[in-house]
Ligand binder design. Structure first.
Ligand SMILES: [Cu+2]
Length: 468
């Protein structure tokens, strides 16, 4: 009952009336091609030596999520074989609004035993994600959604997926209640950090102490070891599926090139450390040394010692044991890395026809969060929309827009011609600006992807005043 109440609370918006019910007809495919079955299941995994009940999101045979080719039809039958009502959001795809997968916006939850067909053009490809847009996301109701671009389909690169999670043996309802009461479940302040000349202000980095940090369901006590070839080439598709944890990827001994963020190509950036906030994805290209070797790739928890990851290992290489804790805290995400990114395909140059100014606010006191100015994000089809966000809170917020990709066009008051994304991390006290073209009518969620912030007020909608 308890869980149901919270689920209902999290339906995130009332049923919107601006599309007729017949919009669902768009989901019926008459082409005759058979859909891919995708099942929501209950399953048990082992975490820290204990059994944990979690959700699964699997194809026949048990493979998680979906692997599709760009240009294909997304042609899927989603069936709920779990014991709870739920629904799946296709994070990174731009389907018609009726198929977006946020409960009651506008599609209803899938009841246990119910199934639903989805067909729409999958788009140009990239590393994407699928997840429940409810507290069930914390219980691993989440999986990779990989759409291979044309030039990746015959690519001589081994594809490796890293799905990152934060995990708790407590239910998400308990975690949220703990945050709201300021008691159990809350870690406390993340420490003192001076930022942008504002030294002395206290930043909050993590507000939940999780029991484990997972990569593909496993901790570093028992990591996944991926067989690779000597001198091999790897495309690492990293998805930060964590509910409330930002990470920095550390490729350690391997030099990497970042080729895409949120599935969209950028001018490649070489390096070792790559930040990835909640809801964001990275495509890292790795070229392995010629000899035998084992190469850990780690994800460092922001502002804390915990780490997770996997190991790429050639045949016969000796694999050393890795600790779940590092000796120094993971980096705190700022705007410096974002400032160095530029899109391979930026938005066409044009002036904004609609501008909005939002303030991200809130505090740990009472755990209330807000998007001030987010009530009137009304646009028209064809608009170039520009949204400035000022984060006046002491936490970072990964802001995600459904149904569109936006370009990062400003950071802390400086105009940039940045990456094209669907999720942008807005650090504490930072100002960012994004732009997008309104081409996909609907009532589109625009929210913080920290699950408990979203559940505590950080939800707005970009609404097309004339749908159709
Ligand atoms: Cu947030």
């Amino acid at each position: 009952m308890y869980r149901r109440q919270f689920l209902n609370r999290l339906m995130l918006g009332t049923a919107a009336a601006c599309l007729p019910a017949s919009a669902f007809a768009a989901s019926i495919d008459n082409s005759g091609a058979s859909p891919v079955p995708l099942s929501i299941t209950d399953r048990t995994i082992e975490v820290n030596g204990r059994a944990a009940r979690v959700y699964g999101l699997q194809r026949p045979g048990g493979a998680p999520g979906l692997v599709l080719n760009a240009g294909d039809l997304f042609n899927v039958t989603l069936s709920n074989q779990s014991a709870e009502p739920t629904l799946i959001h296709w994070h990174g795809l731009t389907p018609p609004w009726a198929l977006d997968g946020v409960p009651d916006n506008p599609a209803p939850l899938l009841r246990p035993g119910e199934e639903r067909r989805y067909t729409f053009p999958v788009g140009e490809g990239g590393t994407h994600w699928m997840h429940a847009h409810t507290l069930q996301e914390q219980s691993l109701l989440s999986a990779p959604l990989i759409v291979r671009k044309a030039d990746e389909q015959g690519e001589d690169r081994q594809e490796v997926v890293m799905l990152l999670h934060d995990f708790s043996f407590k239910s998400p309802e308990e975690l949220l209640a703990g945050l709201q009461s300021g008691g159990d479940g809350r870690q406390g302040m993340g420490g003192m950090h001076g930022m942008h000349g504002m030294s002395g202000m206290q930043m909050d980095i993590n507000d939940i102490d999780f029991d484990a940090y997972l990569t593909n369901d496993r901790t570093l006590d028992d990591p996944e070891i991926i067989p690779v070839e000597k001198g091999g080439r790897v495309r690492l598709r990293i998805i930060n599926a964590a509910a409330a944890t930002a990470f920095t990827l550390d490729t350690i001994a391997l030099r990497a090139r970042l080729a895409a963020v949120d599935g969209r190509e950028i001018a490649p950036v070489a390096g070792r450390y790559f930040p990835v906030s909640m809801g964001q994805r990275l495509d890292l290209l790795l070229d392995l040394p010629a000899g035998e070797g084992a190469y850990p790739v780690l994800a460092l928890r922001e502002g804390a010692l915990e780490q997770t990851g996997l190991i790429l290992a050639t045949q016969g290489a000796s694999v050393s044991r890795l600790s779940t804790k590092a000796e120094t805290s993971g980096p705190v995400l700022d705007t410096a890395f974002e400032a160095g990114l530029s899109a391979r395909q930026p938005l066409p140059q044009t002036d904004a026809t609609r501008r909005f100014n939002l303030t991200l606010g809130g505090s740990m006191n009472g755990y209330q969060w807000s998007i001030v100015g987010g009530d009137g994000l009304n646009v028209s089809r064809g608009d170039r929309v520009q949204i400035a966000m000022r984060n006046m809170s002491m936490m970072g917020h990964p802001m995600h827009l459904h149904g569109h990709h936006f370009q990062v066009v400003g950071l802390n008051g400086r105009a940039i011609n940045g990456a094209v994304r669907d999720t942008l991390h807005v650090p504490a006290m930072a100002t960012v600006e994004i732009a997008f073209d309104a081409q996909n009518p609907g009532r589109w969620p625009f929210h913080c992807h920290q699950l408990y912030h979203m559940a505590s007020g950080m939800m707005a909608y970009v609404n097309y005043d004339r749908v159709g």
